[in-house]
Unconditional design. Structure first.
Ligand code: BDR
Ligand code: CA
Length: 315
């Protein structure tokens, strides 16, 4: 079954792979951009580039929020570069940006496509604003599958993962909205890593799209190797976490995951813990009714195979 999905994203190298997977396994109703990995002008252009790469010219691409609700503006240019998509030669996307307002688009699309999933792989600003605009959409959608947070460590701070830290207020509103949520946190997404072999596999498939994506991985994995302090040929063995595709796979291939229902709240004021996803893991509390399903493990080998195969099938 091909699920109807709306992808809310801030491309971002790993966002592009999530869009590609969704193009293979879902019916994409729209792509909304949000500020995050780069300024909104760049993440929007990058969303259009991704739409071109995966033959999504009929899918509306809509520009979303320029600023977060609660104001942590840091574009992590180390990981994704100034453009948000550094590595391959920069392309000028073809196809027009849809000129609708992203919040109106999200509300309208959720209203008219009951049972759709929102795949949220950037800061949650647009989603929070859409829920503010019409709370009833949380009951119209199947849920929100998101990349964000962590049960353990953060990446931007010791406590917080980037997408949640960038807009903790928005995340708090979304987690408390009454929507069904699948949460792919860092402790999960760190299990899905790619290295030089993955880039080589994509290059070998030898389509325009696979070559471009191989070059994206060269850049992204190169940064992970640099962070790990590994140089020379050994650096190609360093794994870089491909976070965002997990949020698509959680819907399309749930059998790859283990998960647990937990109550999760967002730290919106902490001095050291701003943007932390605080999960209640007390074993004596009953969380079986929680709307939040925290994904805990992924069969990474299978998942990578599915991603590589999707490039071959699209050939
Ligand atoms: C998340 O932050 C972004 O840099 C990635 O695209 C991913 O969505 C990982 O913390
Ligand atoms: Ca992202």
């Amino acid at each position: 079954m091909r699920h109807n999905v709306i992808i809310d994203c801030d491309p971002g190298h790993d966002d592009v792979f999530a869009i590609g997977l969704a193009a293979s396994f879902c019916n994409i109703l729209g792509i909304t951009s949000v500020v995050g990995n780069s300024i909104i002008e760049n993440t929007t252009t990058n969303a259009l580039i991704a739409a071109n790469l995966f033959d999504l010219q009929d899918v509306p691409v809509v520009m979303g929020a320029k600023y977060p609700l609660s104001g942590n503006i840091d574009h992590v240019t180390q990981a994704h570069g100034e453009s948000g998509l550094d590595g391959p030669i920069r392309r000028t996307p073809y196809g027009r940006l849809d000129d609708r307002d992203a919040v109106d688009f999200l509300v309208e699309t959720c209203r008219t496509n009951e049972g759709a999933w929102i795949v949220a792989i950037g800061p949650l600003t647009n989603i929070a604003l859409a829920i503010r605009a019409d709370r009833t959409i949380v009951n119209k959608i199947s849920g929100i599958s998101l990349m964000g947070g962590s049960l353990t460590h953060g990446n931007v701070t010791a406590a917080a993962e980037y997408n949640i830290w960038f807009d903790p207020q928005a995340a708090s509103e979304v987690f408390g909205s009454g929507a069904r949520i699948k949460m792919c946190g860092l402790d999960l997404t760190d299990q899905l890593t790619v290295n030089g072999k993955f880039a080589a596999d994509l290059m070998e498939i030898s389509t325009d799209t696979s070559r471009f994506c191989s070059e994206l991985i060269d850049y992204y994995q190169g940064y992970a190797a640099k962070m790990a302090g590994v140089t020379g040929p050994e650096s190609l063995l360093v794994g870089a976490p491909l976070h965002d595709p997990c949020a698509v796979l959680a819907i399309t291939h749930p059998e790859l995951f283990t998960s647990e229902r937990m109550d999760v709240i967002i730290e919106t004021t902490g001095i050291h813990t701003l943007g932390m996803t605080l999960a209640d893991t007390r074993p004596w509390e009953n969380h079986s009714e929680s709307l939040i399903e925290v994904m805990k493990s992924i069969n990474a080998k299978e998942a990578l195979q599915i991603i590589v195969n999707s490039f071959k099938v699209a050939k």
